[in-house]
Ligand binder design. Structure first.
Ligand code: COS
Length: 384
């Protein structure tokens, strides 16, 4: 066990940190306030290799590994959680196409994601009636003489209207309503495809600079080679992609909580009540100490899951869920405690802490709720 980052990992961290200090921290509050998609920042991140941290160099990625990706995500999320989630989904989409795609699909899409030619990638799994129960999806892909026709609705799609390409899950076998996950396949859909309609942007509590939209597919014709992986394998592809995605969200939560803790400490040292800095009170010190402890535990869990992924260890799925549930729940508590330290000032927009609290809340929901993570962990242990 080696806790020392490799040279490559250190380089990725330095690169991300410098970008965050210079380009992201100065604009994060404004992006949030204006609900402005961070196009410019995403394109700069692509130039720095952050849109394919764990993607082969032959496809324009940095090939720096899953641990480096987790470290990069922690840094970027410290600067702006909205930019971080957009980067996370883009990396996830790039990885899933690299892993399951044909040579032609990889060439067509992955290099455009890693280079920044596409602003982002999108992952269209959830539906109005299929969230935690992803296998309950009703979107259909009907085979035609020369391809497929998609019909249905997707919901909560990050960058759905901004992405260059999206991975879309649909039911290809409707012969029995008991087929569940077995009849699901996965497709690559380019932005602008006829029959794809991007619906009205969601007005969210947090992550306001990231775009979240519903999508409608109506008589949406796709070529035969839009199928990603094998027919009927879509659910497995989604689960495998989400295993990696959950490390990204755990890392995002760590990044936001890191920012929150630093701001809480700074405020506690500065703010005076009863003739001394509030940092002198044990009540405040314990909030800081508990937060630091939970933050470091979260960081280690995320990095361990990433290391297991990098090694191809089968337990990585469970450990990714462990990291995700712990880090997202801890980050929420940390942001809440740091807001408490700010008192009334934490409840207004003059300080960043209220944004962190709003931004981090969804980490307990998306890419699998905390309840789903617990299901994944328990099932894995009970299976033995
Ligand atoms: N990797 C590879 N295959 C996996 C897998 C994984 N991590 N998890 C499950 N599978 C496979 C199973 O092996 C099973 O295949 P076989 O029938 O061939 O053996 C199949 O997928 C179905 O698995 P399971 O029975 O566990 O599926 P469930 O319908 O019970 O769903 C949960 C399990 C709840 C864990 C899953 O639906 C889930 O993760 N839901 C949350 C979805 C989510 O995260 N949505 C967020 C989208 S992004 S905002």
């Amino acid at each position: 066990m080696d806790f020392e980052p490799t040279e490559t990992q250190q380089l990725v961290v330095r690169t991300a940190r410098e970008f965050v200090e210079r380009k992201l921290l100065p604009v994060a509050a404004e992006l949030d306030r204006e609900s402005r998609f961070p196009s410019e920042q995403l394109s700069q991140l692509a130039e720095l290799g952050m849109m394919g941290v764990n993607i082969p160099a032959s496809l324009g990625g940095s090939e720096a590994g899953a641990v480096a990706y987790s470290l990069a995500m922690m840094e970027v999320a410290r600067g702006c959680a909205s930019t971080a989630v957009t980067m996370a989904v883009t990396n996830m989409v790039g990885e899933v196409i690299s892993f399951f795609g044909s040579d032609a699909q990889r060439e067509q899409y992955v290099t455009k994601l890693t280079s920044g030619e596409y602003a982002a990638g999108a992952f269209a799994l959830s539906e109005p009636g299929a969230g935690s129960d992803a296998a309950a999806m009703t979107t259909q892909a009907r085979r035609t003489d020369d391809g497929w026709v998609l019909d249905g609705q997707k919901m909560w799609i990050t960058s759905g209207g901004k992405c260059g390409v999206m991975v879309v899950w649909a039911r290809t076998d409707t012969s029995s309503n008991r087929l569940g996950h077995k009849g699901i396949s996965c497709f690559l859909v380019a932005q602008g495809t006829a029959g794809l309609k991007v619906e009205k942007k969601e007005d969210k509590l947090g992550l306001r600079a990231s775009e979240t939209v519903p999508l409608t597919f109506e008589d949406c014709h796709l070529p035969a080679d839009a199928l990603l992986g094998e027919e009927g394998q879509g659910f497995r592809i989604a689960m495998m992609a989400l295993d990696g995605g959950r490390i990204g969200i755990a890392s995002q939560a760590v990044g936001v909580a890191t920012a929150a803790l630093a701001e809480g400490i700074e405020y506690a040292k500065d703010r005076k009540q009863f003739r001394k800095p509030i940092a002198d009170f044990q009540a405040i010190q314990w909030m800081i100490a508990d937060s630091k402890t939970e933050l470091e535990a979260s960081r280690l869990l995320a990095l361990r899951a990433a290391e297991l992924k990098e090694r191809g260890a089968p337990s990585f799925s469970r450990e990714a869920a462990t990291a995700k549930v712990f880090a997202s729940e801890a980050a929420w508590r940390i942001c809440d405690r740091m807001l408490q330290i700010h008192g009334g000032y934490g409840y207004v927009r003059d300080f960043a802490i209220e944004r962190h609290l709003r931004d981090v809340r969804v980490a307990r929901i998306y890419e699998g709720t905390s309840e789903v993570q617990r299901t994944v962990i328990a099932r894995s242990l009970l299976r033995g």
